[in-house]
Design a protein around this ligand. Structure first.
Ligand SMILES: Nc1ncnc2c1ncn2[C@@H]1O[C@H](COP(=O)(O)OP(=O)(O)OP(=O)(O)O)[C@@H](O)[C@H]1O
Ligand SMILES: [Mg+2]
Length: 321
């Protein structure tokens, strides 16, 4: 089956000024990422702050133009300017529903304007379309007449999801969409996303720091480090037998995941990622890697494994041999 959304060797470089010297520099926020998301799949993206997750999300929804690489949608090259229809098909849900919803506008007006703009429902069907959107996100109809500040955080995030669903998308990119919520609101929104996927066949890219949620929700997981993918595979396999030392360090650091014997013997991850402006010749994780060898600082690690589970690490290469 061909992927619904495919990123092929995507780079996003920003021209910035180096903080100390003020000299012009290139920040490689995303540096050669390939990713294939199949229809109705839920793919989790993890990695520490600054590794390029939101930049990648921006590329997926067309908010950010890649410096190089290709984005394909349903097998077609998307190009720089997306059609209105394509923009409709890939929607984003952000971390902060307060910032992403206009506080002065009632929910009904926001949703109906969007539906109108895309000509998705005839005027006579608008009320029933709005009511079914509320049903989809498990909110009472009265929320349609509320303004965002009258709602709880969890309700606001469900309104933000309803806003994304209003335009009947194929893909939802959720960028830390539950991170700002308390635990019970998180569970409600995560369950809602799982239901939407099951009921509507929605394809979801779920960006999160929370490995526990990714394990519950996602079929596949992509682990990013310093703008690159270091490991990617079925969530079950990656959680049970992570191949990359960075993935193993992330799993060890996750408070809600059980330690496994072999993993808990390795030292904990120390230090910080390389500076965003550093040019990396070998493996980006090498300066912090407890398993690094001399070649890791000079040779970029090849991807090894299978198309289903691949890892950018020479140690994984050794295991595969
Ligand atoms: N518009 C921009 N101009 C310059 N640098 C940027 C821009 N957007 C992002 N960056 C930089 O790109 C890198 C990746 O940022 P990004 O927001 O994608 O990370 P992230 O993985 O989403 O982090 P977090 O987990 O904190 O949300 C960071 O170093 C960030 O400062
Ligand atoms: Mg981010």
């Amino acid at each position: 089956m061909s992927a619904l959304v495919e990123l092929d060797d995507i780079a996003v470089h920003f021209n910035v000024k180096a903080q100390r010297s003020g000299a012009a520099a290139t920040l490689r926020a995303v540096d050669g990422v390939s990713l294939a998301v199949e229809r109705s799949q839920c793919v989790g993206v993890v990695g520490e702050s600054g590794c390029g997750k939101s930049t990648l999300a921006g590329v997926l929804v067309g908010m950010t133009t890649p410096t190089s690489g290709q984005v394909r949608y349903d097998g077609q090259d998307v190009g720089v300017h997306r059609s209105k229809d394509l923009r409709r098909r890939v929607q984003m849900v952000f971390q902060d529903p307060v910032a992403s919803l206009n506080p002065r506008r009632r929910v009904r007006s926001v949703l109906s304007e969007l539906i109108d703009c895309h000509g998705l429902v005839p005027e006579a069907g608008m009320n029933s379309a709005l009511n079914s959107l509320m049903e989809m996100v498990n909110l009472p109809q009265r929320v349609l007449d509320a303004r965002p500040r009258e709602l709880s955080g969890g309700q606001r995030q469900r309104v933000a999801i309803a806003r994304a669903l209003a335009v009947q998308p194929d893909v939802l990119v959720a960028d830390e969409a539950v991170s700002a919520l308390d635990v019970s609101a998180q569970a409600t929104v995560v369950n809602l996303l799982a239901d939407l996927r099951a009921d509507l066949g929605l394809t979801i890219v779920f960006i999160s720091h929370d490995l526990g949620i990714i394990r519950t929700l996602c079929d596949r997981v992509t682990v990013m480090y310093a703008g690159r993918v270091v490991e990617e595979g079925p969530a079950d396999t990656v959680f049970a037998s992570a191949q990359h030392p960075y993935t193993r360090a992330l799993l060890r650091a996750a408070p809600d995941l059980k330690r496994r014997g072999a993993e808990s013997r390795s030292p904990a991850l120390e230090g910080e990622p390389s500076g965003a402006l550093d040019v990396i010749t070998g493996c980006p994780f090498q300066p912090r890697c407890p398993e690094a060898e001399a070649t890791c600082s000079t040779t970029p690690p090849p991807f090894v494994g299978s198309a289903a589970h691949r890892t950018a690490c020479i140690h994984a290469a050794h295991q595969a041999e």
